[in-house]
Each structure stands twice: as C-alpha cells, then as structure tokens.
Design a protein around this ligand. Sequence first.
Ligand SMILES: [Zn+2]
Length: 329
Amino acid sequence: MTRRTVLYIGGTGRTGSTMVDQLLGQFDTYFSGGEMAFFWSRGIEAGAICACGEPVRTCSVWSHAVETITDDPDGLAAQMVALRRRFWSPHVFAMIIPGFARRRMREIAELPRTIERLYDDVIATRDIKVFIDSSKEPHYSYILREGSDLDLRFLHLVRDPRAVGRSWQRRKTEAGLTTNEIMEQRSSPMASAYYMFSNIVSEIFWGSRARQYAFLRYEDFVADPAGILTSIGEFAGSPIDPNSVLDGTSFAIGQMHTSWGNPSRVGRTSITIRQDDAWRTELSRCDLVLLTLLNLPLLLRYGYPIRPSRPRRRTLRSRRLRQADLAHR
Ligand SMILES: [Zn+2]
C-alpha cells in the first residue's frame, strides 16, 4: 500500500494557518481536515460545527470515517482524549530522559493508529492525494510520525511574533461551537513563550529532515501566493496549478469539511489574501517592546526587522521552501 501523504501545518497558532489551510483545501487533490489534534475533544465531545455547517458528529464525511472505526463514538473520543493527555507539550521536556519517548509512544500507540484509520477513510472516500492537518503543535506531529505509517510533510509556518501577539489579544467568539464561548486569549509573555517553544521544537523535530520539512513565512506567502502554492505542491508531492483557484489575490471557498480551527473556517465564501499590518499601530508600546525582546532570537533567525517602523525588506526566505523541496528531488 502506498503511504498516505499528510501535509502538516506546524509551528504556533495565529500565523495565518487557517487561510493557508482553506486555500490549499480548494484544490481537487487536497483535503483540509483542520486542526485534527482537537478532533475528538472539540469535534466529537464538544459538538463542534464542521465547515460544511453540520455538526462534526453528523457531517457526512466525518460520521462515515468515525463509523468505520467504532459504533461508540463517545467511548472512543474519551479514550483518545485521555491518551492525548499522556503526551502533551510539557512532556516534550521529559524527552531528554533516555527511553521516555519510546515508552510513552508504546503506551499511547492506539492514538496514532486510530487517527491513521480516520485519515485513511477520508483519503479513500474523497479520492484525494494530500490530507491537510493544521494542528500546529509539533509534539502532535511527532506522535503521528512515530506512531503511524502516514507520510508526514511538515510545513513550518511562521509569522512576525508581534503580529502573532496582537492576534492573541483579540476577543473573538468561538463560532465553531454551538455555545458563545470566547476564543482563548494570551498575554504578550504567554504568547511569546508559546511562540519560542513551538517554533524551536518544530525545528528540533523536523529541521534535519530535508525531504519532509519546508519553512515558510506567512509574509512571503502573502507577497507571492501563486509562487508559494506551486512550491507547496511540489513539497507535498501533488502538483498545484494556482490559477485554477486563485483570482489575483482572492479565492472562492467551496464546500469544506474542516473539523476544527480558527472560527473563520466557518461561513466564509471568499477570501482576499492581504498583509495584516494592523499590529504596527494597534500594539501598545509596552507590548511591542515585550514581544520584540522576548522573541528576539527567533525574530532575528526568521529575518524580521527589530524596529517594525523600518521599511520591510523582501528576504529570500520563501526560497528556503524551494530549497527544502529541491533537496529531496
Ligand atoms: Zn462536514
């Protein structure tokens, strides 16, 4: 059996991943599953709404996939949520203990195997080549890589940490649930801690795997969506013709089945790709300084200017995506 390709959008939250996910999901051979790390807790247990408008539990795609695995979705969801808690972000630090990761992976083996069956059903019934999982969390990608036969391609998506920090401050209703829950908000120190942790761990887990790793700055994607899409298609092993979906910098959203992610996954019919630079004027001076200093090592590593008021230079970062791709051909 050929290995099934999963394009994993990794890094940290609020990097524009929902839009990249939605855009990729418009291409015939691609399917956007959304943040699959939360499929059982949000999609099944919390009754989240799929991007098609139906609850995930009764949506034709997901109910079919779940029924192929179990006739007790609630029982399975509880089991999967419990297993996932056994390999969480804090456990990444414990991985320096010899044998920890191997033992823990053995204990939670049922989790990646079950997810693999879920993906298998969607890939077979939708006849797609690439399943997109935009979970971001690097430790979750590690679980899938080590515990399944899925062929993971890790698209490391980053964005200026000050734009990310500003996004975490925004108050947004969780439109993907039937309740009026407010999306999680994070202070600048907390957003910075997650930014540093998630991006550094992403590089540790994937950075040395040229064939399976590509780096992308959201800002470079916005500057040249068609060029980046072509590169992503090569990286994921299923060619993309940007012009079949993109109309300049806009695209229409067809019916999707994104199970979980940013609330903007639900109810939109079209999107215009644009730089969102509002953080430059909206951030308080204190937050701007905090976000710059606390993320300084990665700010410099990813080529962002320390002083945001300076004219932005186009960097060659987007070329790294192509280099990563070229390295495996
Ligand atoms: Zn659906």
